[in-house]
Design a protein around this ligand. Structure first.
Ligand code: HEM
Length: 240
């Protein structure tokens, strides 16, 4: 194994994961007022609506697809009687549809950021970098799904990328599993780890501020401060 292979499949992921953890602690302690999605809805609404809805719904499905394909070992599917064909059909159709929604969403968001002047001049370098990286990750993931998984080409990432990823999390790196994987998957995984490292320093921190308490909170009852009768009494008084 070459020095570069070790760098890519052992050192780099751990550097990025360390930046992810330490960066979040640092940002939380130093910049709580800046911890936000930096919504630009007040600058432009129409394009944001479709871009954001498609991207967010798509990415939620993509996330659960990754849990199913990367974190759950293939042995579990074998034990449950889920054949490779059944698994790949699910990955291509459910993952593919989620991928299409996410791609359309992220492209709409990208076009909006570059073509709406008031959005562009209010964007930082980091906002644009995040969007470009997201596009690269999503497009490369989708191309891999269509090109390899969809065409039934014999590349089983559940025996290479998935155990490698779980090994990284379990502090048991197995870089040899990543040698010889197709280039598209290499680009996808490296750019995904890059975004993990940059995550705490970008607007992506808003992901951890999902207002889940809203699902369970008590209703807020809004009442008009003045009743119609009081308003009429006041206007009568004014007339006198
Ligand atoms: C290091 C972390 C990641 C690994 C190991 C990984 C691995 C993979 C693999 C193996 C596939 C092919 C799935 C299939 O064909 O069945 C895939 C697809 C895909 N990935 Fe990732 N991925 C990672 C992170 C991400 C991130 C952060 C995003 C989004 C921002 C993402 C978005 C996608 C998309 C859109 C697809 C297309 C298929 C689908 O819609 O699920 N991935 N990824």
């Amino acid at each position: 194994m070459t020095y570069f292979e070790k760098l890519f499949w052992v050192s780099f992921p751990y550097i990025m994961l360390t930046m992810f953890v330490v960066g979040h602690i640092y940002r939380y302690n130093t910049d709580q007022f800046g911890w936000s999605a930096k919504s630009s809805e007040f600058l432009e609404k129409k394009q944001l609506k479709w871009g954001s809805i498609l991207f967010h719904y798509g990415i939620i499905f993509v996330f659960f697809g990754h849990v199913a394909g990367i974190l759950v070992p293939k042995a579990v599917y074998d034990l449950l009687g889920v054949t490779d064909h059944m698994y790949h059909m699910g990955a291509v159709w459910i993952g593919g549809l989620a991928g299409i929604a996410t791609i359309i969403g992220v492209l709409l968001l990208m076009v909006r950021r570059f073509t709406v002047k008031r959005i562009f001049i209010n964007s930082t370098f980091r906002d644009i970098l995040v969007l470009i990286l997201l596009t690269l990750i999503i497009v490369s993931g989708f191309v891999n799904t269509v090109w390899y998984t969809g065409r039934g080409v014999a590349f089983e990432y559940r025996e290479t990328i998935s155990p490698w990823f779980r090994g990284i999390l379990a502090l048991n790196p197995m870089p040899e599993l990543m040698i010889g994987i197709p280039l598209g998957f290499k680009i996808h995984v490296v750019s995904a780890f890059l975004i993990f490292g940059l995550w705490p320093f970008t607007r992506l921190v808003h992901v951890w501020s999902l207002p889940l308490e809203y699902l369970n909170r008590k209703f807020v009852v809004y009442k008009a401060i003045y009743s119609r009768r009081i308003l009429m009494m006041q206007s009568n008084r004014l007339k006198k």
